[in-house]
Design a protein around this ligand. Structure first.
Ligand code: FE2
Length: 297
């Protein structure tokens, strides 16, 4: 691991690269700090998507964000998948590579969903060992993202934030902290999002995700089809106070608005992070101050 890069550059605020916006981007090269792409959409030998990605890469930093590494599965890691991911990384030189702390299938079946793991010591050891294998293969550290969850396992022995922390510390990888996912899961399972933030090790956090959820009445659903909710912006401010200004990405995948709406969301994140960061201790809310006080204790 000694040759691996240890720095994750601060890219500012970016948006996802989606097919609907290819024309907007290629025609005017809009003012956006960076783009995140779904790795699997570009793990191919050629074609228009790869052509577009390479063109975009000449103007912007790119981050590869995967959805089917299935790091928590009990299936063996797929050498062919990792080889294609490494080939893509060699081709577009992403700032970093990320995927989710979850499993997406077993026994060779892909369920196309980001499923939570039981939060146990056994699962920590299992996932951390697999992350180390992936990092060794790719020759770089990766970021793991907390997913939104809609079920819990009776035999979990620790809360999600302890599980996340244990995995990344043991695997020596980073965290892509999805603020909306924390908010959604906190509502669905009745825990405090502030308590979650208090437990996350700031030095491991290198990126934030922001997105909009859907209120289903009895639960929140991480649908990525709305603007970021006010309460999630407030949680983001808390996260910036705790972890510092980190590269931030607006996720919007369904009912996509015009590109200018995404730009406005990214610009809002930029302003909020700057104001929050520069305000320092004077502008802390009582809740955020309590978070830091507890952390120092
Ligand atoms: Fe996310």
């Amino acid at each position: 691991m000694s040759n691996m890069p240890t720095e994750f550059p601060s890219l500012g605020c970016g948006v996802g690269l989606r097919t609907k916006h290819y024309g907007d981007i290629l025609n005017v090269w809009p003012a956006v700090d960076w783009f995140e792409v779904i790795s699997e959409n570009f793990m191919v030998a050629g074609g228009r998507p790869l052509y577009v990605l390479e063109a975009v890469r000449t103007h912007y930093p790119i981050v590869l964000h995967g959805v089917s590494l299935s790091i928590g599965s009990t299936d063996p890691l797929r050498r062919e998948y990792l080889t294609r991911l490494k080939d893509l990384a060699r081709r577009v030189e992403p700032a970093w590579i990320s995927d989710h702390l979850c499993w997406t299938g077993v026994a060779g079946h892909n369920l196309h969903d980001l499923l939570p793991l039981p939060y146990t010591e056994e699962a920590v050891a299992h996932v951390a060992a697999r992350v180390q294998q992936v990092q060794d293969f790719l020759g770089r550290r990766i970021l793991l993202e907390n997913v939104s969850t809609y079920l819990e396992y009776r035999h979990s022995t620790m809360p999600e934030w302890e599980f996340l922390t244990a995995v990344v510390e043991r695997a020596d990888c980073g965290i892509l902290l999805d603020i909306n996912n924390i908010f959604v899961s906190a509502f669905n399972h009745g825990f405090s999002p502030t308590e979650y933030l208090r437990a996350v090790p700031p030095h491991r956090v290198h990126q934030f995700h922001l997105a909009g959820y859907s209120d289903k009445g009895s639960f929140l659903h991480d649908t990525h089809d709305h603007p970021v909710a006010d309460a999630v912006w407030e949680l983001y401010a808390q996260a910036v106070r705790r972890c510092g200004r980190k590269s931030t990405l607006i996720e919007w995948d369904d009912h996509l608005p015009s590109f200018s709406v995404l730009q406005a969301e990214a610009a809002h994140a930029q302003r909020l992070a700057a104001v929050t960061h520069h305000a320092g201790t004077d502008a802390r809310t009582d809740a955020a101050a309590a978070v830091d006080a507890d952390y120092r204790a």
